[in-house]
Design a binder for this molecule. Structure first.
Ligand code: EPZ
Length: 435
C-alpha cells in the first residue's frame, strides 16, 4: 500500500497546474456508450476512477482505449451487448451508476449494482431510480442490483422534479432522456459546470436539450446520437484546492499561479469567501494568480449546490482555517457527516470540533506532524495540505483514496517547494518495539 511522507513546514512558491476534471470526464465517458461508433475524450486525467469506469464500460461490450500519457480515452461503442454493471466494479466507484441511464438509453435495459455506501455514510440513489421510472422504465431490485427495462424497449420520456438537487441523478436522467421516444423535463436539476459541460457534449452528439445550467432542463428525445471528439473541462475542485493551499502555505506577498483552470467553474460564492481570507486574487483566462496574505483571515463557509461553495472543497477549507488567527465554522448542507478528516486533523494538533453538520476550527495552534489516515478523496488531500504546514514529519496513509482524484499530486507539490515523497508500506506489519 502507498503513503505520502511529508516533511514540514514548507513555504510554497511558483505555480501549480490543474488537470482535467474527474467529475466531468466520468459522465462524458458514460455518454460515449449512447453512440454507435468511436467517441474520443481528451484532457482526461489519469486517475483510478477513470480506469475503473473504463472497466465498467468495457464489460458491457465497447472497446475502451485508455491513453494516460496523452490524457485521452477512445470509446468504440459500436457494440453494447451485455448491459450489466457488476457489483465488484460499481462498489469501487459510485459514478459507475451512470451506466443505468447510459445502458437503458442505448439498449432499453440494464442490470446495475447498487453502489452501496461510502466513507461518509449512505449516499442513496432513490432520485436516480424514481427519475428513471418517470422516464418510462420499469425497475425492480434484485440481489443488490437495479434491474431496469424500458417499457416497449425504449424510454417514453417524462417529467421529474428532484429533491434535493442531485448531480448524479441529473446526469443519469439526461443519459436516459436524450434517446427517449418523447420529451422530458428535469426540475430542480443540478447546475454544476460538470453537468453543463456533459450536457453540451450530448448536444454535440445530436441531443436536443434546453436549459443546461438552470434548474429546469428540457429534452426532446432523438432516435440516435453520433459519436464525437470532445475536450474535457479543467478540474474546478483541483483548482480550488490549489488556491486554498496557496493562501495557507504560499510565500506571503509572492504571487502564486494556478494554471490551466477555468475560474468561472468555481462559482461566485467560493470567490467571495476566498477574497475574505485576505488572499488577493487575480482571475485570468488561464486560471488565477493568488497573493498569499501574511496571515489568513478566518472566514466561515456554508456549502451549497452550484454556484454555492462546493462541498468538495470543505475539507480543504477546514485545514486552511487551522492556519488562521481566530475561530470560524464550516457547515456542509449537502452531506450530513462529511467530516471523517476531523479526527485525523486533531491528531496533528488542530483544534477542530464537529457538531451536527458543522465543524468549528480555532486556528493559531501549532500544527505538528503525525501519522494520519485517509478516509476519502477530499479528506485525504486536506491531510496532505495539513502536512505541508505542519512542523516535522507527517505520514498520510492509504493514499489510494487520493489517487482517485488527484493525478501526480506529489510531483506537482514538489515542483512548488513541498517536501513530499510517495512510499510503500505494509499496513499489517508488526510495529517494532520501542525498547
Ligand atoms: C457528485 O456526487 C460528485 N461526484 C461528488 O464529488 C460531489 O460531492 C457531489 O456531486 C455533490 O456536489 C461526481 O460528480 C462523480 P449528489 P453525487 O447526487 O452525484 C442526495 C468528489 O469528491 N441524494 O449531487 O453522488 C445525496 O445524499 C465527489 O469528487 C439523494 O438523496 O452527489 C446528497 O445529500 C465526492 N438521493 C445530495 O443529494 C439520490 O438519489 C447531493 O448528492 C442522490 C443524491
Amino acid at each position: 500500500m502507498d503513503k505520502f511522507v511529508i516533511e514540514g513546514p514548507s513555504t510554497l512558491s511558483g505555480s501549480l497546474t490543474v488537470g482535467g476534471s474527474k467529475n466531468t470526464a466520468l459522465p462524458l465517458m458514460a455518454a460515449a456508450v449512447l453512440a454507435d461508433g468511436t467517441t474520443t475524450v481528451t484532457n482526461v486525467p489519469d486517475l483510478r476512477d477513470v480506469h475503473t469506469l473504463s472497466k465498467v464500460i468495457r464489460v458491457t461490450g465497447p472497446d475502451v482505449a485508455v491513453r494516460p500519457d496523452e490524457h485521452t480515452i477512445e470509446i468504440d461503442a459500436s457494440t453494447v451487448d451485455d448491459p450489466v454493471s457488476p457489483y465488484e466494479l460499481v462498489k469501487k466507484m459510485r459514478a459507475s451508476f451512470y451506466m443505468l441511464g447510459a445502458l437503458v438509453g442505448r439498449c432499453g435495459r440494464a442490470r446495475v449494482s447498487l453502489p452501496g455506501g461510502c466513507a461518509w455514510g449512505p449516499r442513496p440513489v432513490d432520485l436516480h431510480i424514481e427519475g428513471m421510472k418517470q422516464l418510462g422504465a420499469e425497475i425492480e431490485l434484485d440481489e443488490g442490483y437495479v434491474v431496469a427495462k424500458a417499457t416497449g424497449g425504449r424510454l417514453s420520456g417524462g417529467t421529474f422534479r428532484m429533491e434535493p438537487s442531485s448531480v448524479g441523478a441529473t446526469v443519469n436522467l439526461l443519459l436516459g432522456a436524450v434517446t427517449a421516444r418523447g420529451g422530458s423535463k428535469i426540475e430542480n436539476a443540478a447546475m454544476e459546470p460538470d453537468v453543463v459541460a456533459f450536457g453540451e457534449a450530448l448536444k454535440k452528439m445530436g441531443a436536443q436539450i434546453d436549459g443546461l445550467g438552470t434548474r429546469t432542463i428540457e429534452i426532446q428525445g432523438v432516435d440516435a446520437l453520433t459519436p464525437i471528439e470532445v475536450r474535457n473541462t479543467p478540474d474546478r475542485i483541483e483548482m480550488g484546492t490549489f488556491m486554498i493551499l496557496a493562501a495557507m502555505a504560499g510565500e506571503p506577498g509572492e504571487p502564486f499561479e494556478i494554471k490551466n483552470g477555468n475560474h468561472q467553474h468555481l462559482g461566485q460564492a467560493f470567490k467571495d469567501y476566498f477574497r475574505g481570507t485576505g488572499a488577493d486574487t487575480k482571475y485570468t483566462d488561464d486560471g488565477a494568480i493568488v497573493t498569499p496574505p501574511e496571515t489568513v483571515t478566518p472566514v466561515s463557509i456554508r456549502t451549497e449546490t452550484y454556484p454555492g461553495f462546493p462541498t468538495d472543497l470543505q475539507a480543504q477549507w477546514t485545514v486552511m482555517l487551522a492556519t488562521a488567527e481566530g475561530e470560524a465554522t464550516v457547515t456542509d448542507t449537502i452531506y450530513d457527516d462529511r467530516f471523517k478528516h476531523v479526527p485525523e486533523l486533531q491528531r496533528l494538533g488542530i483544534n477542530v470540533t464537529v457538531d451536527g453538520n458543522a465543524a468549528t476550527v480555532r486556528g493559531g495552534q501549532p500544527i505538528k506532524g503525525a501519522q494520519v489516515m485517509s478516509t476519502d478523496l477530499r479528506a485525504s488531500v486536506s491531510l496532505v495540505m495539513a502536512g505541508i504546514v505542519a512542523s516535522g514529519r507527517t505520514d498520510v496513509l492509504r493514499i489510494y483514496h487520493l489517487d482517485r482524484g488527484y493525478e501526480n499530486l506529489a510531483t506537482k507539490l514538489r515542483s512548488a517547494g513541498a517536501s513530499i515523497e510517495r512510499q510503500q508500506y505494509d499496513e499489517f506489519a508488526e510495529p517494532e518495539r520501542t525498547k
